[in-house]
Design a protein around this ligand. Structure first.
Ligand code: SAH
Length: 275
């Protein structure tokens, strides 16, 4: 029997219509689907009825289940060796903070054929659907995507926040994933790096899902805004002048509600209990 193939597939930010045609086809034909917590449940529920569907989210799921990366690696290889075609389904794009690279290395080391099927990353999609272009001819000629999971005050941090601050000061856009909890820490790091307090900042929660929600403010106000509104993961933080573009297009932008505190606090309209 031939080994199966493993497909490292991006599920996009949430909306099932934002799956690629190729991802849809693979989900319809897969023998097994191993999916992360962030892969939207509407997509997971739409897998082939004959596929074995396994949740391998690394944080405890609804029933307290937890799967280590080693177990995920083992499962992918085992199922492929049983001759199964496996979809390893991840939120967004599999290679953007998704361990797609590590899994590819593991599969290659085990001699298993694999393919990477890109998905729409939340790093670009979440700002985009909220009316925030990550680049703009007049506002930003670069975009940097970082993890907000690390403590910026730790000397061993893999991120150089002074360099990131310099990039924002030079007009670059900064997008932070996994950055709800540590928002105060990296806001402080950017301020310490000389980024102006009035620099616009947005947080977009659950982009392209029914509960999508955006809050905007400035580097000075965003921590308070996050707390007022109760922003929770998954959310993307965007720092830079491009956030102001949203103010100019919001009136015609279709989608979920938001709380805009810049420029005028009166524009509040929220289903999150903020009046
Ligand atoms: N591979 C994923 C990112 C995984 S890291 C991608 O390309 O999108 C997980 C982080 O992604 C979350 O903490 C959050 O910052 C972001 N994220 C994923 N889906 C999101 C969504 N629908 N809305 C807002 N942020 C999202």
């Amino acid at each position: 029997m031939h080994d199966g193939t493993v497909y490292l597939v991006g599920a996009g930010p949430g909306d099932p219509e934002l799956l690629t045609v190729k991802a849809r086809k693979l989900l319809d034909e897969a023998d097994a689907v191993l999916h992360d917590r962030l892969a939207d449940e509407r997509i997971v529920d739409s897998c082939s009825e004959t596929a074995e569907v396994v949740s391998v989210g690394k944080r405890p799921g609804p029933n307290g289940e937890r799967t280590t990366q080693e177990e995920i690696n083992r499962m992918m290889v085992c199922k492929a060796r049983e001759g199964k075609d496996v979809v390893r389904l991840k939120g967004g794009d599999p290679t953007v903070f998704g361990r797609g690279g590590e899994e590819a290395e593991h599969l290659a080391a085990a001699g298993i054929d694999f393919e990477v099927v890109p998905g729409i990353t939340s790093a670009v999609a979440a700002p985009g659907v909220a009316g925030i272009p990550v680049t703009h001819r007049e506002h930003a000629s670069s975009v940097t995507v970082v993890t907000g999971h690390e403590d910026p005050t730790k000397p061993e941090s893999a991120l150089d926040w002074d360099a990131l601050a310099a990039n924002v000061r030079a007009g670059g856009t900064l997008v932070v994933l996994m950055g709800v909890g540590r928002l105060p820490d990296y806001v402080a790091a950017l301020r310490a790096g000389g980024v102006a307090e009035e620099t616009p900042v947005a947080m977009v929660e659950n982009a392209t899902r029914e509960s999508e929600f955006t809050v905007t403010g400035t580097l000075e106000t965003i921590v308070e805004r996050r707390d007022d509104v109760g922003i929770e993961p998954p959310a993307v933080t965007v720092v830079g002048d491009v956030v102001a573009v949203r103010d100019r297009v919001a009136e015609f932008l279709q989608g979920a509600p938001s709380v805009d505190f810049s420029p005028a606090p009166e524009t509040v309209a929220s289903d999150k209990g903020v009046e």
